[in-house]
Design a protein around this ligand. Structure first.
Ligand SMILES: [Fe+2]
Length: 222
């Protein structure tokens, strides 16, 4: 059993005082960060949009916080991030679970590579993490989000459906919460840590990775 916490979409500016869309994004991130540490995670993954404009100062702000973390922190790219600020291996082992970190910033993920990663360890319960949402959204007020969707999202979800060890597909990007069960895996969107765009709140996701391969998850608002 292990506990993974997902944070996403910090949208930090270049200084700790910078506000974005009327919000103190760094202060919001710090509140979410403290709440995330309070649930005693074993690992933390940040699924992109650390920065709003890709400025160096935003990454220095991130490191001023995560470099003191008591647990490993994995940082992925989002569409707002710029440059080669870090390297992350595509596959991480979290106890007996695998976390596949898929770079979706080109607008697509490499399906052949994902297939071969899934074929290599069919017995290990697996999470796929990426920045972009893979599914179309039918909610009338949110149809505009479909223009920002992963271009080969339908194919990625079909691929995940072929491999029973996949337990979850987790993402950010929409700044809102989504939860759906698609057969043997869950489709899980997580609210932004920097901008309160989910029911007026920021948030993060807790993912409990069971030794028996079961996934329990909840979103906590901050
Ligand atoms: Fe974002």
């Amino acid at each position: 059993m292990g506990r993974l916490v997902q944070l996403t979409d910090l949208h930090l500016g270049d200084t700790s005082q910078e506000w974005l869309r009327g919000c103190p994004v760094f202060a919001n991130f710090l509140r979410v960060w403290q709440a995330a540490l309070a649930v005693a995670p074993d690992w933390i993954v940040i699924t992109g949009d650390v920065s709003d404009r890709g400025g160096r100062g935003s990454y220095e702000l991130l490191h001023s916080v995560i470099d003191r973390a008591p647990v490993p922190v994995f940082v992925m790219y989002g569409n707002h991030d710029r440059g080669q600020c870090w390297q992350l291996p595509p596959v991480l082992w979290l106890g007996g679970w695998r976390l596949l970190c898929l770079n979706s910033t080109p607008g697509v993920v490499p399906l052949t590579e994902v297939r071969s990663l899934l074929q290599s360890h069919p017995g290990a319960p697996t999470l796929l993490a990426l920045h972009h949402h893979p599914m179309a959204i039918a909610e009338p007020g949110l149809l505009w989000l479909n223009q920002l969707r992963l271009e080969n999202g339908t194919e990625l979800m079909a691929l995940a459906a072929e491999f029973p060890q996949v337990r979850g597909l987790v993402f950010g990007h929409t700044h809102r919460r989504f939860d759906a069960c698609l057969g043997h895996y869950q489709l899980l969107g997580t609210p932004a840590a920097g901008l309160p765009e989910w029911q007026g709140r920021c948030g993060f996701r807790v993912l409990d990775l069971g030794a028996d391969g079961t996934l329990q998850t909840e979103v906590l608002g901050v």
